[in-house]
Design a protein around this ligand. Structure first.
Ligand code: PXP
Length: 237
């Protein structure tokens, strides 16, 4: 199972102070050195974390696969054609949400998506759609011309009971099997962490997971002891 690391929240931390640190590009290089197969970032319409400058620098330095998550707007199509990430992941986006809420509604906007995806592919970009674990939506992804799908694991991750969790896990597994039978490459992500990732890893049809928040949150605490010690050393008279 491959891991693509989403570095949005390194930029969230930087933007909280409108500062220069922490540097998302450096985070991406460290993630690659640690073995990540790809780097993911989401350029949002409101630019709350990743900025164009980050994207341009990432494009220059990433040696694995740069995956740009974006809404299906004209503005983002222009950005993608200029930056040429290896993969574009189409996601729904609304300004009020804290994080992406659910997969893209593909069926009702199939015509728009078909021409949008054609434009991206003409620019040599592999196109992924972030989609809920529903057969009809997945079929529509294939018809619209997507190369791969990323199955939304958000409901699985947020499940409140074991029974609910197992039901969502089954949905994800069946969706993965169905998507592979259509010839789509299958990724998954959203809300995965150190406690809930293992059953998803066991789904053979899924080849890559996209994980952000849990890794960045753990990195902050894992590094805190060293950071405090380094500051204390500077404080010695
Ligand atoms: N996949 C998609 C499409 C997302 O929008 C996000 C969040 O940016 C992720 C995966 C990663 O989710 P998390 O940060 O919860 O690991």
């Amino acid at each position: 199972m491959k891991l693509a690391v989403n570095i949005d929240h390194i930029a969230t931390l930087r933007q909280a102070r409108a500062a220069r640190e922490p540097e998302p590009v450096l985070a991406a290089l460290l993630a690659e050195q640690a073995g990540a197969s790809g780097i993911v970032c989401h350029l949002r319409g409101d630019r709350r974390h990743i900025q164009e400058r980050d994207l341009l620098l990432l494009r220059k330095v990433i040696t694995t696969r740069l995956n740009l998550e974006m809404a299906t707007t004209e503005e983002m199509l222009k950005v993608a054609k200029e930056v040429k990430p290896d993969v574009v992941s189409l996601v729904p986006e609304s300004p009020e949400e804290v994080t992406t809420q659910g997969g893209l509604e593909v069926i009702s906007q199939k015509e728009h998506l078909t021409s949008y995806i054609r434009e991206l592919k003409k620019a040599g970009i592999t196109v992924s759609i972030f989609v809920d674990a529903h057969k009809n939506q997945i079929k529509a992804c294939q018809k619209a011309g997507a190369d791969l799908i990323e199955i939304n694991t958000g409901k699985y991750a947020d499940a409140r009971t074991e029974k609910e969790r197992q039901a969502y896990l089954t949905e994800v597994r069946q969706a993965a099997v169905f998507a592979r039978s259509l010839g789509l490459e299958v990724h998954a992500g959203h809300g995965l962490d150190y406690h809930n990732v293992q059953p998803i890893v066991e789904i053979e049809e899924i080849s890559e997971l996209s994980i952000g928040f849990a890794i960045i949150a753990r990195a902050v605490l894992a590094g805190l002891t060293q950071a405090v010690r380094e500051m204390l050393e500077l404080l010695q008279k």
